[in-house]
Structures are given as structure tokens and as C-alpha cells.
Design a protein around this ligand. Sequence first.
Ligand SMILES: *Cc1c(COP(=O)(O)O)cnc(C)c1O
Length: 228
Amino acid sequence: MSITDNIMRIREEIADIAAGMGRNPSDIRLVAASKTRSSDEIRQATAAGVDAVGENRVQEMLIKNAEGAYNSAPLHFIGSLQSNKVRQIVGVCDLIESVDSPALVELIGKRAEAQNIVQDVLIEVNIGKEPQKAGVLPELLPEIVELASRTEGIRVLGLMAIPPIFDKNERTCNYFDAMYQLFVDIRGKKYDNNHVRFLSMGMSDSYADAIRAGSNMVRIGSAIFGER
Ligand SMILES: *Cc1c(COP(=O)(O)O)cnc(C)c1O
């Protein structure tokens, strides 16, 4: 299967799921998770019409960006972000999906302000409270969203999560449901600077369940590009 075929098949499945829920398929963003993929493979994906490309590593992203890998597709940063790399991605990425600390909020805001731009971000939530995983704990989410709303240069567009994966999908679904509830809660609050509308969850093995739980942004790697 070619990259183009894979994307068409995934789009069809997303459309089916959306139709079954009475949702508009075009409201669900397909992000190609392109870590380790070549610029040429990524160009095939953007030509086939993914909504965005997501990269995990700053260095890798900057190299491929210089090679023109992303065409004009929106570029997302989805990997764990070290504060010393913030300077290199603010203003380069359309959306930083993996903001998970007050320090990062402040730093991104400062860098963006210096460039006279507003950086769009998602707050990553460690919904499974896994010690080894990135993301803010769910109970600290309101605090960080509130901080972002008071910080110039940064705008929160939603939430991102990588829930624990189990053999039994049911347990993963509970985390998707919990994320959707957090999303609804945060969206219901009125913040100055924030425009919460994206819930980024679901990968190759889990996007159908994630969408059924209310995700409107899926990050898909191997189902598009093949196994890594
Ligand atoms: C790699 C990656 C994905 C996609 O994973 P697949 O299982 O290959 O679809 C999604 N999100 C993040 C943050 C990733 O690093």
C-alpha cells in the first residue's frame, strides 16, 4: 500500500466514524506523525492531503523543514520539548502540541512576544498519571491553562494526550473519555487568551476509539507510512 492509499483509507474510515456520530468529517484533523520518515515520504503525505505534519525532534524537524519536506502543510511539534529548544521552534511550528509545564508556557510566551507573534499550543495531559510520561497531571490542568490565558504571546487551542495502551481497548477508552471530559470542562470556561477547540488524541492503533470518544485531531504514523 502506498502512502497515498493509506491516507485515503484512513480518511474513509474517519468519514464513516464521523457519519455514525453525526459529526462532520472535516472537523477531524489528520496529522501525519512523521518522525524518522524522509522528506520525500512526508511530501507524499502532504500531497495526499493530510491536515498537518507532526514531528517529535527539533533537530530532525529543522533539517527536514530546510529540505522543504512539509510543503505548506501546517507543522506541529508533538515530541517532548526541552526548554533550551523552545527558541528554535517558536514561530516555526504552527502548533506546539506538547506544552506541559508552567515554565514552558512562560518561555514560549516570552519568545513569541519577542518575535511579535502569538504561538498556538496545546497542553499535554498525562491522563494515565504514568510516571515516565510527559504531560501535566489532570488536577494541575486548570492552573496551567489559566496561566497561559494571562501570558502574552501564547494561545491555548486545546489539549493533547497519549493515554496508556492496553490489550483490552476498553481500558484505553476510559482514558479517552476522561480526556474528553477535561476538554469539555476547559472549553466551558472563559479565558481571555485561549480558544480551546482541539482535542488531540488517537494514533494508528487507537484513532477510531479516540474519535468515538470525541477526539478531533488524530496523530497517525505507522498506519500512513508503514512500520518504523
Ligand atoms: C509517533 C507518534 C504518534 C504516531 O504513532 P503511530 O503509532 O505510529 O501512529 C503519535 N503521537 C506522538 C506524540 C508520536 O510520537
